[in-house]
Design a protein around this ligand. Structure first.
Ligand code: URP
Ligand code: ZN
Ligand code: ZN
Length: 460
């Protein structure tokens, strides 16, 4: 199969030009003006943007969490991702406390193999560190192509590790060239506030927000940065939401420290007033919670200043029935929201179209940086000869409205219901195969490949 994409505006993290793109089998094989190549399929991209398939490094598919499972599995989740122009996702394997990383890997392989439609990889969440886990960490880096290890500084009793375990993990990961990622919030302070609010009869979603004040994230981020600095390990803070945490990163730069930072569309676009509407606020119950307008401004500045490097989604969807588990107690509302599908369209519309970030920055934070940081570049995350032909043809003018009635995620509500966005994913190729065209998905479960990852290739 060969594909010729003609006359598109090709955008990478560094370039922006009009040209043709020729794809043979699964790779990009030529780029140039008026290419003479004959192809099995020709796509006219005149007036359209042509950029690399998105890489979403933060998704939770069929994840056991808070007494239930996130409602998208590998089939529905990766299909919805493709509809939005994301061709590769990185999901989180969760170690069960007391059990091995190997057993957790087997569980996740069963969830994904034969089901994924788009490409995928795994981060390994270490929830219980000990000497035998240390050996498995080395095997995962050297043999499995799983080079990033997720840690939680919250969710005590299920996922959280203490600082002693964190430092030991960092030492072994550093020695073998991997990366430690973190959910950086202070679990003990949060648990205390949850208990206080519940004892006062405060059970609405608003109290989820009030149980996780900014200081819980700022403190944990600073502590994580100190532990990275002490061990020399490379680190990545997931889903950063606030000015306080970003300022901890700013401060760390003064001792010449570099940490990778991810934020998510919801923290850039929405403010905490969403929690005022009684149980409707459950649509935005996630951890950390949505913050203030001043935090949105800080995060946009962080992107512009290269302090924030990646936009992921933290896609962790639940149906409304699942959200109702917390009808009488906010601490039982499953944390997370459906997001995998609209990352690129929301950030194009609110970021590029509204003049907050450039087109190159859009590609950098949605495609190139996650591929570089997580060891998939240049196979993924760019348009270049020899790269996987994961390509998005995007109509920058087309307006459309986000709704549960038209999205492809397995969730019966959309947090963004009724939002009008400018710019729409039109055609998506996954390794040279037409994945999305004419509003339909043309790939079957099992089309997605597991991507073995290498070491971070991001240089500043
Ligand atoms: O609320 C969230 N973010 N749910 C998913 C788990 C996590 O903390 O990332
Ligand atoms: Zn988290
Ligand atoms: Zn998450």
């Amino acid at each position: 199969m060969s594909v010729l994409i003609k006359n598109g505006r090709i955008v990478t993290a560094a370039e922006d030009y009009i040209a043709d793109l020729f794809i043979e089998e699964d790779k990009i094989s030529a780029i140039g003006k008026n290419l003479p190549h004959k192809a099995d399929k020709v796509i006219d991209a005149t007036g359209k943007l042509v950029f690399p398939g998105g890489v979403d490094p933060h998704v939770h598919l069929e994840m056991p969490f808070m007494g239930t499972f996130s409602s998208d599995d590998y089939e529905t989740g990766t299909r919805a991702a493709l509809f939005g122009g994301t061709t590769t996702v990185i999901d989180f394997i969760l170690q069960t406390q007391g059990d091995s990383l190997r057993n957790a890997l087997k569980t996740w392989q069963k969830k994904s193999e034969g089901k994924a439609i788009g490409d995928y990889s795994y981060h390994m969440a270490v929830t219980d560190f000990n000497e035998s886990v240390a050996k498995e960490v080395v095997e995962f880096i050297e043999e499995e192509g799983i080079t990033s290890f997720k840690t939680f500084m919250a969710y005590k009793g299920a996922l959280m590790i203490d600082d002693g375990q964190m430092v030991k993990l960092m030492k072994v990961v550093k020695e073998h060239g991997g990366l430690v990622t973190v959910h950086a919030t202070n679990g003990d302070i949060i648990d205390g506030l949850i208990a206080k609010h519940l004892s006062e009869g405060k059970t609405a979603p608003l109290y989820h927000y009030l149980s996780q004040p900014e200081v819980t994230e700022a403190e944990a981020s600073a502590r994580f940065l100190d532990m990275l600095n002490y061990t020399g390990c490379t680190g990545y803070i997931v889903h950063m939401t606030c000015e306080g945490a970003l300022n901890a990163v700013r401060l760390a730069t003064r001792r010449n420290q570099k940490v990778f930072v991810e934020t998510c569309p919801q923290y850039l676009l929405v403010d905490a007033s969403v929690y005022e509407e009684d149980f409707e606020g459950a649509k935005w119950v996630m951890s950390p919670p949505i913050r203030e307008k001043k935090d949105q401004a800080a995060l946009w500045s962080g992107l512009q200043q290269n302090l924030v490097n990646v936009i992921g989604t933290d896609h962790c969807p639940f149906t409304w029935e699942q959200k109702l588990l917390g009808k009488d107690d906010f601490s039982k509302i499953p944390n997370g929201h459906p997001a995998i599908e609209h990352r690129m369209e929301l950030i194009y519309s609110e970021g590029v179209d509204k003049g907050r970030i450039s087109l190159n920055k859009f590609v950098e934070v949605n495609c190139t940086n996650p591929a570089k940081i997580f060891g998939m570049y240049p196979r993924k995350g760019t348009i270049a000869i020899g790269a996987d032909a994961d390509v998005v043809v995007f109509d920058p003018e087309k307006k459309h409205t986000i709704s549960k009635d038209s999205h492809h995620m397995n969730a019966d509500y959309s947090s963004y219901e009724g939002w009008e966005v400018t710019g729409k994913t039109e055609t998506v190729l996954l390794r040279g195969n037409v994945a999305i065209e004419d509003g339909k998905c043309h790939l079957k479960p099992g089309s997605g490949q597991f991507i073995k990852r290498g070491k971070t290739s991001y240089t500043v």
